[in-house]
Write a protein of this length. Sequence first.
Length: 373
Amino acid sequence: MAAAADLHQEILARIFLLLSCIADRVRVSAVNSHWRKAALLNPSPLPWLLRPSGARIASYRILGGFADPRPLLSDEGRGPRFCGSAPGGWFVVSCRQHQWRGHALLNLRTGERVALPDRVRIPLDSGVITCPMMIRAAVMSAAPPSAACFVAAVTSSQTNLAFWRPGMDCWLSAPVGMGPARRTAEDITYHDGWFCTVDSDDDLVCYKPEIAPAGAGDGASSLTIRHHAYEFDGLRGAPWEIVSRYLLPSASGADLLMVKRYIAPARGGTCRFQVFRLQEGLPPSWRVYKMTGQLLFVGRACSKAFDTGNAGSPGYIYFLDDVYHGGPHRVLQQNEYPCADAGAWSYSVCHKIERCLPLAPPSDTSPCIWYHH
């Protein structure tokens, strides 16, 4: 054991990089002070809570108990509204009152910024029109400048969904007539090569943008669309409850999950959750998902699941204050973004909400978001 206890830092770093399981990281870091130091230098993959504002960006570690320093964040993050996040410190942001204006991909670790267009091209039977657009939520398939980088955005425009890849001077809308007509997506995620959206009827629409062949003309991406209307097989919310939905892949990546969040305003906010997985078949449907051995961090276009390493342990959901009266599209009409209805919910104790996240006054620029470092 003595030889293992004194392993070189580089070897320990490689070990910690392979430990995506939270319980394994905790056990390994407890071997001795040498291994604990390696754990601090190679922090947990769990996300940080990010609270942006016009004055500063506050960040908080949710779990772990280690005294590792807070990440250094670029000043470019002060002012924009955060619309979605991706691994590596990348965010989709919208800025209207800062040193720059418009939409962008922003890396808070490096300060790198990739400008996004503010207009969308919409193909119609009578021709193509170009309209201004605003992003409500957005996710990316890969970080720029990768050739696999696509961005899908839920928008407020004459189209509800738009796609972009590096080199395009305009967003491209989803084909008119595909999917539920004019329904507004509540959330969006990237799973197994597809961008997936869910609406207020639990219908799921999956989109796959593909690069147009050479010589196609305007260089825009063509879209291959898969659409299913899924039957829902769970409890409906009570008339006085607000229901909000999130999409994310399971920790293993094998399943697509839908998290339903029930909010009872008279009781003071979020009161319970349900988790479902997509069941392929004829007909496809949502099935109740036994969320054991996983931590789910849910938020608009920033949700992610993690394996705890203990298959018998109850699942846990950490959630943000991102539900607005009137629906998710109201994010564009907010004068301030509250941080009160946030916390955690245990799968084993029904209807028990823990207000375990740090309290803070409302933000003047953006809702809170998960920072995937």
